[in-house]
Design a protein around this ligand. Structure first.
Ligand code: 7RM
Length: 656
């Protein structure tokens, strides 16, 4: 290619032509009806704000937009805990189950009604108040998937104390960085967590973290495993002893009236290398955004049993296990453990037992189930399922098809929901009953969301072309900045295309204006001037019947600029032979073109992922270029990369 030929921003190579129109029966009963797309933006969010929440004082202005900061529902007063808990009890729904909690050890279960939740939250909020927590006190939370985790979050919200939840799998160092950045004064943790039958030493990690976080003066420790452990006098307090002294009368610890724009929480996202960013979410806009999207996108009904299988430590858990579902008064499943403990049918056993009708999970989990085989799901009656959701990464069309067929019985709509910690709520998604879905496409912007794909030059890319995904209009749950880092906020999100929010993701739009996400733009590969997205090569690989999962990255290459390296994990009994290598390269060539053929393929049992299941391609680049690894703090299992380094050193390549 000559240097003056402008290259496309991202090449779009993968063509997927399967279509799944909604069934008329689903459409007729759906929460979202087609006219939702015709609603006026202001009218839609005003109505949602007024009708979906209970206000102590009504708002008088929908929003103010002074780029890059928006404020929503100005003048309103409300409390998130009141909306998620108290008002449901006051309305006579105290006996409704809020959470069916399922512990990892088989047989450990708790049924928590909205009235139980209120009593627990009131007692714990009272205890925190006695420990000096008041409106504005920053609180850290470091726990596993126990009922006390949502209780702790809601108790903070009740008092008006902003929280930061640090995922229970993070190290002491990651925890103390976050506590220090937010200036936390109190930390809530638990003795230990359960994971795959083993124990995670949460309190011990918290002790180590506090050595580097002198600002934290108080620690509250919930009991989970009951293991004896040292308590520091004056600093550490057992949760159960604290709450035993508190009243469960809601009037004894009332909900603090908060301003619409008061801080609800920070959630830290790790930038690629730099220090984690404290993404700020405030009270009213966030709650309206997550409750409205939860209602329409998952088609939640009053008698639904909804299960989001994410971890609460990730934004998906904040928005769609805690705040959205509780605000809507929904019954949820809350599961503590992993999908394969003690057996690979654990999830399907849970779906069957609770008759869950909505399941929301991530492509990484779907691919794991696919790798283990459909026989585990077949042992169970999954006929209660009505809607399936996916989030976290682009979903490969073959994984989408497997999910639809083996979990959804070929009957349920799938909502592939695109969003970010920063957006707070789902932004691009099908609406079940309305949208014709396509395997691998997140389809349409949610009503009122203004998403476009732009070229390097900032021009809108036409149908079929790939480019940068940006959002042009503010939305209620949008981030209100990075905590204490205005310049970084502007630089990260608002400087690439002035006045518009840059998502950092690549995308293409097809002839029906449906969106196809193409991964992080930092991961796009450049092979002889062709800018190839990782997801398209990965999806071509996963399309091969022997492949369960694939991750690709570019490594420096003298001839082509970059060459594609693929890391492939095979299904069941398939073997990573030289023949398989040729077959896979040929398969990619046929599916999307010769240019996208991997130069090297490394067969590996597992791929390096973050705790929320996203493939860490940055580490794959380090492995492929035989470099020392960059930051690995967010890696779920460090042994996985070590294994890859060994295998990459001996992997056969194109030249071999
Ligand atoms: C909810 C969440 C955000 C990044 C985002 C994308 C990727 C998320 C999808 C997706 C394709 C999807 N928050 N992503 N959902 N890519 N299709 N449906 O994941 O802050 O942890 O990550 O995740 O790259 O920018 S997050």
């Amino acid at each position: 290619m000559s240097p003056d030929t402008p290259s496309p921003t991202i090449d779009a190579l993968f063509l997927e032509e399967r279509r799944y129109p909604p069934s008329p029966e689903f459409g007729a009963q759906a929460n979202a009806q087609p006219d939702i797309y015709e609603r006026n933006f202001d009218e839609f969010w005003e109505t949602e704000g007024r009708e979906r929440l209970t206000w102590f004082e009504p708002f008088d202005k929908l929003y103010e937009w002074e780029p890059p900061y928006a404020r929503w529902y100005l003048g309103g007063k409300l409390n998130v805990c009141f909306n998620c808990v108290d008002r449901h009890v006051e309305a006579g729904r105290g006996d409704k189950v809020a959470y069916f909690w399922e512990g990892e050890p088989v047989g450990e279960r708790r049924e928590i009604t909205f009235a139980d939740l209120q009593a627990d939250v009131v007692r714990f909020a009272g205890a925190l108040r006695r420990l000096g927590v008041q409106k504005g006190t920053p609180v850290g939370i470091y726990m596993g998937m126990v009922p006390e985790l949502p209780v702790a979050m809601l108790a903070c919200a009740r008092l008006g104390a902003p929280h930061t939840v640090v995922f229970g799998g993070f190290s002491a160092e990651a925890l103390s960085d976050r506590l220090n950045d937010m200036g936390c004064e109190v930390l809530i943790t638990q003795d230990e967590g359960w994971r795959k039958g083993g124990k995670v030493p949460l309190k011990q990690n918290a002790d180590a973290a506090l050595e580097q976080s002198p600002g934290v003066r108080t620690m509250v420790v919930a009991r989970r495993t009951g293991e004896e452990m040292p308590f520091e006098d004056g600093r550490d307090h057992p949760w159960d002893e604290l709450v035993a002294e508190e009243s469960d009368d809601p009037a004894s610890c009332p909900c603090e009236p908060m301003d619409s724009e008061d801080l609800l929480y920070l959630l830290y996202t790790s930038g690629t290398t730099a220090k984690p960013k404290g993404i700020a979410h405030t009270t009213a806009g966030y709650l309206v955004g997550v409750a409205a999207t939860h209602h329409y996108i998952f088609d939640v009904k009053p008698d639904s049993v909804y299960w989001c299988a994410a971890d609460i430590g990730w934004v998906t858990g904040h928005s769609y296990i805690v705040y959205g579902p509780l605000c809507n008064g929904t019954t949820s499943v809350l599961y503590e453990g992993t999908p394969d403990f003690p057996d690979r049918d654990r999830w399907w056993d849970i779906v069957e037992r609770y008759r869950a009708d909505i399941l929301y999970t991530a492509p990484t989990a779907i691919r794991a189930h696919m790798k283990w085989g459909s026989e585990h799901a077949e042992k169970h009656d999954l006929s209660s399922l009505r809607v399936l959701g996916s989030v976290g990464e682009p979903i490969n069309p073959e994984a989408w098809m497997w999910y639809r067929e083996h979990i959804g019985g070929g009957r349920t709509p799938i909502v592939d929901t695109w969003w970010q910690t920063e957006t707070g709520m789902i932004m691009i998604t099908p609406l079940p009953g309305i949208t014709t879905t396509k395997p691998g496409s997140a389809t349409q912007p949610f009503p009122g969301v203004d998403a476009v794909v732009l070229s390097d030059e900032g021009e809108e890319v036409g149908p079929g072309g790939g480019g940068y995904l940006v959002l042009r209009r503010p939305w209620p749950a949008m981030l209100r900045g990075i905590y204490n880092a205005h310049d970084r906020y502007v630089e990260t999100y608002w400087s690439r295309f002035p006045g518009m929010y840059f998502t950092g993701d690549g995308a293409k739009v097809d002839g029906h204006r449906d969106f196809w996400l193409m991964g992080r733009v930092d991961d796009v590969m450049n092979v002889s001037g062709h800018r190839i997205s990782t997801i398209e090569v990965e999806s071509a690989l996963v399309d091969h019947p022997s492949v369960a999962e694939a991750a690709v990255c570019g490594r420096a290459d003298a001839a082509t600029g970059q060459a594609i390296v693929a890391f492939v994990s095979l299904r069941g009994s398939a073997e990573g032979s030289l023949e398989m290598l040729d077959e896979l390269r040929e398969h990619v060539a046929q599916k999307i073109g010769k240019i996208a053929r991997p130069a090297n393929i490394v067969f590996a049992p597992e791929l390096p992922k973050t705790r929320s299941g996203k493939i860490m391609r940055r580490l794959l680049r380090d492995v492929s270029e035989h470099r020392a690894l960059g930051d690995t703090t967010t890696l779920a299992d460090p042994t996985v990369v070590e294994e890859l380094q060994d295998r990459a050193a001996t992997a056969p390549s194109e030249e071999a």
